[in-house]
Design a protein around this ligand. Structure first.
Ligand SMILES: NC(=O)C1=CN([C@@H]2O[C@H](COP(=O)(O)OP(=O)(O)OC[C@H]3O[C@@H](n4cnc5c(N)ncnc54)[C@H](OP(=O)(O)O)[C@@H]3O)[C@@H](O)[C@H]2O)C=CC1
Length: 389
């Protein structure tokens, strides 16, 4: 097991050199290090983590790089203002995006952690590429487009937006497309085009990207595909691609949802399936009132059984099952709804008290964790554990 103290990653000071409004609700920040060290290397598709100051202390938020990763001089991130969820208007608007939109100005210094993420362009492949962007999900795909512009690969860049006022970085995509002399084709779909969009014909199709859109644009071929956008968009695009014959292993996406994978959601969208749970409801008193009670349990390891995971507050226990990717997923499969956001050990949203037992991290948390705390999104139990959930 890695020691928590070994896990903290390096944050460095970066200065905001430029803040650019891209459209109604999207801005870009251009960031340069102030410690006179070079930029970290980044792969097209990766994201940066920023420390966002709040009244309750700093929180980590991640933003995909939208710039050309070969640029050794400056990073660009592009951020949409996230309003409070429509179904819960009393909830807070996105902390990070509100702070970037309302408070960050040119000359400010921000703490930034190195590029991370495995949603990256496969630069060893020579297959033609389909990039499917929904809204501000274009950011990692634009970074990929910059890399692809320097290759001989054919590229189709589809971007779905509500309308022209929410369409960021259009000129940059068109410029790359023009310079490619036909090798990079772009297609913009507006779901709710405005009157002005209609007059200027600033989009190629209206409505949502569907099978017709893709079939019209794409010749039969063997593609690599990359999808980024809201989850329903990604689910729909995944199923469209599979229906068009794109091989699932060649479809890449970044997904932070509750299901194991986007593929699982995409299958569910075609044919709803019941999800098995492996919950054993124990007496509500088990370890809940006195977490030390759990120490009276016989060690599962000694018995040769899978570890017992006890959720003290909710009085539920389950046997660990390797089908769970993390303690967070185990809790969800037990019918609990712990808070989470990134599911990658970055934002600390899922941090909870570890009342007893030990865990191991399969993904290195960005911040060092105190011994009595655990990030459940990126850890598994090494023996019986009691969590304060
Ligand atoms: N690295 C990453 O993983 C990144 C992820 N993101 C994510 O991308 C998302 C972008 O959201 P946002 O800009 O608000 O997107 P929007 O809500 O503006 O949606 C963008 C477009 O997608 C369309 N769309 C939605 N659902 C479907 C569907 N089922 N089939 C076809 N088209 C659909 C919308 O159509 P309609 O108007 O009809 O709904 C709209 O035209 C966020 O969830 C953000 O977290 C963003 C950046 C980086």
């Amino acid at each position: 097991m890695k020691e928590a103290g070994e896990m903290a990653m390096e944050f460095r000071p970066f200065r905001v050199r430029k803040k650019q409004i891209e459209c109604d609700n999207i801005v870009s920040l251009f960031l340069q290090p102030t410690d006179s060290k070079p930029l970290w290397p980044a792969a097209p598709g990766q994201y940066l983590t920023l420390k966002v100051p709040t009244n309750d202390g700093p929180v980590n938020r991640t933003y995909s790089l939208s710039s050309d990763c070969d640029d050794q001089h400056i990073y660009r991130i592009t951020v949409k203002r996230e309003p409070a969820p429509v179904d819960s208007p009393s909830a807070r608007a996105g902390i990070g995006s509100t702070w970037i939109h309302d408070h960050v100005k040119v000359g400010d210094d921000l703490q930034v952690a190195p590029p991370r993420g495995s949603f990256v362009l496969d630069q060893t492949s020579d297959r033609p590429v389909i990039l499917l962007a929904g809204g501000v999900g274009l950011t990692p795909l634009l970074s990929m487009l910059h890399a692809l512009a320097k290759t001989n690969r054919n590229v189709w860049f589809f971007h779905a937006c509500k309308n022209g006022s929410e369409h960021a970085l259009r000129e940059e995509v068109e410029k790359l497309s023009r310079a490619s002399k036909g090798r990079i084709r772009s297609h913009f779909t507006y779901s709710s085009p405005t009157k002005m969009d209609q007059e200027t014909m600033g989009f190629y199709s209206a409505g949502r990207i569907n099978q017709d859109t893709l079939q019209r644009e794409l010749p039969l071929d063997c593609y690599d595909a990359y999808i980024c956008g809201p989850t329903p968009f990604m689910v729909a695009m995944y199923n469209l691609l599979v229906d068009l014959g794109v091989s699932p292993p060649n479809i890449a996406y970044e997904f932070f949802g509750k299901a194991h994978s986007l593929e699982e959601l995409a299958t569910a969208a075609r044919q709803p399936i019941a999800r098995p749970t492996n919950v054993a409801r124990l007496g509500a008193t088990l370890a809940a009132k006195n977490p030390n009670n759990s120490r009276q349990l016989e060690s599962s390891a000694l018995q040769g059984e899978e570890p017992l995971v006890t959720f003290a507050k909710s009085g539920k226990s389950i046997r660990w099952n390797d089908a769970n990717s993390s303690l967070l997923e185990a809790a969800e499969n037990a019918g609990l709804t712990p808070e989470f956001s990134c599911r990658e050990g970055i934002c600390n949203t899922c941090s909870c008290a570890l009342l007893s037992g030990e865990v191991e991290y399969f993904e290195e948390p960005l911040d060092a964790q105190k011994p009595d705390k655990v990030l459940i999104c990126c850890s598994r139990p090494t023996g019986d554990v009691v969590l304060d959930i």
